[in-house]
Design a binder for this molecule. Structure first.
Ligand code: HEC
Length: 186
């Protein structure tokens, strides 16, 4: 028994020491562009999944009416498109510079149309820790969070007027490089 305990303690110390060296000598990835740590993806996925199972609301208080989807499109254009892209536009460059990448929620590959709206609602409300996904609890009302969650649920079958509302807003006109010339006085 004594030997076993000693072995256990030495084992724990070795693992803790190894982790300490890994994190304090610059071996652990810290750049957004770096490769994931061993098991990082798996553990992060499992932790999120377990939390969502327990916490995501199961009932949806709103219907996906055109009016709610249009409101969701407004919320999306102003708060989400910067990272998650727009249906008829090139993918967000900023979103692809993050670790993990921001999924492009209007592409076939990344759509969340299979997720229950309650799951999307939870992610938008609470954000996803240690990723670029912010919590919108303070920025949006509960109703707005449901509206944008329904929009993403219906992303592959939106009424045309809702798709039409999802167009990138033009970038603000570039500031003139030089101050405008003074009007000539004569
Ligand atoms: C600053 C960038 C940024 C903004 C703004 C942002 N997100 Fe995210 N979002 C991310 C990143 C990065 C992830 C990936 C997180 C991960 O892989 O776990 C993500 C993940 C998600 C997911 C999960 C996707 C999946 O495949 O499970 C949903 C849903 C989502 N965001 C919705 C939204 C909505 C809706 C908004 C606007 C209200 C928004 N996001 C705004 C960066 C952003």
């Amino acid at each position: 028994m004594g030997r076993f305990l000693l072995g256990l303690i030495i084992g724990i110390c070795l693992v803790a020491g190894g982790a300490f060296i890994y994190f304090t000598t610059g071996m652990a990835p810290v750049a957004a562009t770096a490769q994931p740590m061993p098991f990082e993806r798996l553990l992060a996925k499992k932790a999120l999944h377990a939390k969502l199972q327990a916490d995501a609301p199961k009932t949806v208080p709103l219907q996906p009416t055109t009016q709610n989807l249009l409101a969701g499109a407004m919320v999306y254009s102003h708060n989400c498109a910067f990272c998650h892209g727009m249906p008829q536009a090139a993918p967000s460059v900023e979103g692809s510079g993050m670790f993990p990448h921001a999924p492009q929620l209007f592409t076939q590959r990344d759509m969340v149309t299979d997720d229950p709206p309650g799951v999307t609602y939870w992610k938008v409300k609470n954000g996803i820790r240690l990723t670029g996904m912010p919590s919108f609890q303070k920025a949006l009302t509960d109703q707005q969070i449901w509206q944008v969650s329904l929009l993403l649920r219906e992303a592959d079958k939106l009424p045309p007027e809702v798709t039409a509302a999802l167009v990138p807003t033009p970038a603000p006109a570039a500031a003139p490089a030089k101050p405008a010339p003074e009007p000539k006085h004569r």
